[in-house]
Design a protein around this ligand. Structure first.
Ligand SMILES: [Zn+2]
Length: 252
């Protein structure tokens, strides 16, 4: 049996980041910001969704069906019913594999089957297959990009930066929104850049609660970022809305 945890994994990851599988010239009349929540903990649904809604905005929640109702990284993950409610309220439920797989460590047929199961689960609870996908742990590989890129309109990693000019729809950049590692000052500068030069800025985080984990964000921080976005009159859209707007479609 092939060991998918091979020593070339690091090289594959670097190559996978460097090789654009779905190069796309991003043209947006106005800058766009998306807020995304990976896994996603119940607290993200309970605390972030209402804050976004209060700003007449919606979020993108990356769902891993096998985690639903269980604990991941010490956080209670939202159940299918919570995801269904978010979808009914026009939030986006994106794909994140069913078992939160490290795409570098699984055989191609296993990865494809797992993603198909997650897509079916999301379709069952939301009425539609997911438009976008986030690579679990932000890990990409050449075989994962090749296998998954045709199945979604866009796929997001955790490579920081604003999406602008030529982008790779199979590896959209995203900026972490964690209380411990992203200051309001640095976020303000990023928003200024976005306003000045245009593009698409995607934030990602996990839990959203008053005392967040090291990969989470407090409601106070999220509220402050939303205030900064509103003051700059920047548009907030889900990842799916933005992909739709730019005409990105899955190939299969
Ligand atoms: Zn995740």
């Amino acid at each position: 049996m092939i060991d998918w945890t091979d020593p070339l994994a690091g090289a594959s990851r670097r190559l996978a980041r460097a090789v654009p599988f779905r190069p796309f010239r991003l043209v947006l009349e106005q800058p766009v910001i998306s807020f995304s929540f990976d896994d996603f903990p119940l607290s993200a649904a309970s605390n972030a969704a209402p804050l976004l809604e209060a700003n007449d905005a919606r979020g993108t929640f990356y769902f891993a069906d096998a985690l639903a109702g269980n604990f991941e990284n010490g956080q209670l993950i939202a159940g299918q019913d919570v995801a269904a409610n978010l979808a009914a309220n026009r939030h986006e439920i994106g794909g994140h594999t069913s078992n939160h797989l490290n795409v570098q460590r699984v055989a191609p047929d296993h990865l494809v089957a797992d993603v198909a199961a997650n897509t079916s689960a999301i379709a069952a609870l939301s009425g539609q297959a997911p438009t976008s996908f986030a690579y679990p742990f932000g890990v990409v590989s050449l075989h994962a990009k090749r296998l998954l890129a045709p199945k979604f309109a866009g796929l997001r990693g955790i490579q920081p930066g604003i999406n602008r000019g030529w982008i790779d729809l199979a590896h959209l950049h995203a900026q972490e929104l964690y209380d411990v590692s992203s200051s309001l000052d640095s976020i303000g500068k990023l928003l200024d850049q976005l306003q000045r030069h245009g593009g698409w800025l995607i934030f990602y985080t996990h839990d959203v609660q008053p005392d967040p984990s090291s990969i989470g964000c407090s409601p106070t921080r999220l509220g402050a970022v939303l205030d900064m976005v509103r003051r700059r009159d920047l548009a907030i859209k889900t990842v799916a809305q933005t992909l739709h707007q730019i005409g990105a479609r899955p190939a299969s």
